[in-house]
Design a protein around this ligand. Structure first.
Ligand code: ZN
Length: 233
């Protein structure tokens, strides 16, 4: 087998190995990325906290209303008990009772507003919880698919590395060195097959003498234009 053919096989393997490895890296990144779930969790926490605060506020208003109602009841009872004879004291009590009534009405308006806010907050909290559940479900599904792909890629990589090892054995160290240098400077393509008597990469037409050389010799022949190793497949 000619060295050019071995190099051609090596290059094919290297290209596939690189593609495989870069996809594996991508998968690792995707598997460790749980930003969507984290975001959903944060929203659940925030909406939960808002709902909790509003619930506390609502209870406080309810307690206030209740306390004012009791106070007013007591005032009313005193007013109509007939025990208070002093007209000034009666008038004061009457005024206080009216003031409490107005205060209760104001508190009830506030209570209604907070109740509406609270209901909205509860709705947002429920939606956030639903979204989190969905985000987690999607992540599990996606991760399972990625883990499957990762296994397959790792198996393929092992096989390719074994094949590469075998190809390595057939190539001399000097040629390997040359190949690696060319790959670095020629955008990953060190070896090119001929296409109708021309370089498969740059299209340089080869002379009959070049063709003769490629076919006959076991030495490497380089494209006179782009400098890549030529191989007749
Ligand atoms: Zn060329």
């Amino acid at each position: 087998m000619s060295e050019a053919l071995n190099l051609f096989r090596l290059q094919k393997l290297d290209t596939r190995i690189e593609k495989n490895q870069s996809r594996l890296q991508e998968i690792e990144k995707l598997l460790s990325d749980d930003r969507r779930v984290k975001r959903a969790e944060k929203l659940v926490h925030q909406t939960n906290e808002s709902a909790k605060q509003l619930r506390i506020k609502l209870h406080m208003i309810e307690d206030k209303v209740e306390a004012q109602r009791i106070k007013r009841k007591t005032d009313q009872a005193s007013l109509f008990s007939g025990k208070i004879k002093n007209p000034k004291a009666l008038q004061d009590l009457q005024m206080e009772s009216e003031a409490i009534k107005r205060y209760i009405s104001k508190l009830e308006d506030e209570q209604l507003e907070v109740m509406i806010e609270y209901e909205e907050a509860e709705k947002a909290k429920n939606q956030a919880e639903k979204d989190l559940k969905q985000a987690k479900g999607t992540a599990v599904e996606e991760n399972a698919a990625l883990a499957g792909e990762k296994n397959k890629l790792e198996d393929e990589l092992k096989t390719m590395l074994r094949e590469k090892e075998a190809v390595f054995q057939a190539i001399s160290p000097q040629t390997l060195k040359l190949y690696n240098q060319l790959r670095k400077t020629k955008r990953g393509v060190a070896v090119t097959s001929l296409s109708e008597g021309s370089c498969g990469i740059c299209g340089q037409a080869l002379t009959p003498a070049d063709m003769q050389l490629i076919r006959a010799s076991n030495n490497l022949v380089f494209c006179p234009s782009c400098g890549r190793i030529l191989f007749e497949g």
